[in-house]
Write a protein that binds this ligand. Structure first.
Ligand code: DGL
Length: 265
């Protein structure tokens, strides 16, 4: 049985994993959480597979040693689709990954055309090809990379405006790929993107339903930790790689989620 003060470690390149944190809070309100943002490595989506795998496995190994979590969640599609297996090989605690919600999207679509927006690295992964083959073989899955949205989500959570041209560009590139029935389901295959749900909804219209994996991940974590007790040392901790000034501007977003001031890893 885990020590009641042992935290859940949530890991992402930046603030995207907070969308998973929000879903987790709804199902496990008392669990102590350490959120780790690899701001020194952000963004992951434009890096190579080797860079991402080495970085994520190395960092999670060191973080597991330092924080002794009972479970770690890679709250990042890019890192999960590339490094999940490797991280599971290295760590002895349960590791929950975040992978594109293709399965639920395939069961939701009425038109049979699904859009998927992720990072450059995620959309080219074999992992995504396999999910498509397994769950969406009778559908059309149109993938686009939107690296600009990662920076936009980071900026938005720091109180800065989102450039509508970025969202319009994603919409235009995806709809240009449609050949036949229109997209009615949009997979947000990057944990940063639900932070831009309103902007995406405005561009795609009410007929397009957005789906991401956050709730499913939260349920999975709750299931894996069923029966365990929690003694939360409030506030939860938000740690960053690189200088803590990388978290400047996030104060109110962190306070609203019960985190103290950002700390250096
Ligand atoms: N939040 C990450 C994801 O889910 C990626 C952001 C990045 O490019 O670092 O894919």
């Amino acid at each position: 049985m885990a020590d009641p003060t042992s935290p859940i470690l949530l890991f992402d390149s930046g603030v995207g994993g907070l969308t998973v944190y929000d879903a987790l809070r709804a199902v496990l309100p008392d669990a102590p959480v350490i959120y780790a943002a690899d701001l020194a490595g952000l963004p992951y989506g434009t890096k190579t597979e080797t860079q991402i795998a080495t970085r994520v496995a190395g960092l999670l190994g060191r973080m597991a040693e330092r924080y002794q979590p009972r479970l770690a969640c890679i709250a990042c599609n890019t890192a999960s689709t590339i490094a999940l297996g490797m991280v599971r090989d290295v760590l002895e605690i349960p590791i929950v990954g975040t992978v594109p919600a293709i399965k639920p999207a395939a069961s939701m679509t009425q038109t049979g055309t699904i859009g998927l927006v992720g990072t450059d690295a995620t959309i080219r992964q074999r992992y995504v090809d396999d999910l498509e083959a397994q769950f969406a073989s009778g559908k059309r899955l149109l993938r686009v990379a939107a690296p600009g949205l990662v920076a936009a989500a980071e900026a938005k959570l720091r109180g800065q405006p989102v450039d509508p041209a970025l969202i319009a560009d994603v919409h235009a590139r995806l709809t240009a790929m449609v050949d036949g029935a229109p997209i009615d389901t949009l997979v947000l295959a990057c944990t940063h993107f639900p932070l831009l749900a309103d902007e995406l909804a405005a561009a795609f219209g009410p007929q397009v339903r957005q789906i991401d994996g956050a709730q499913g991940i939260a349920r999975r974590i709750a299931h894996l930790l069923e029966g365990q007790s929690f003694a939360a040392p409030h506030p939860n901790r938000f740690v960053v790689t690189g200088p803590v000034t990388g978290a400047d501007g996030l104060e109110s977003a962190l306070a609203a989620r019960g985190f103290g001031a950002a700390e250096a890893f």
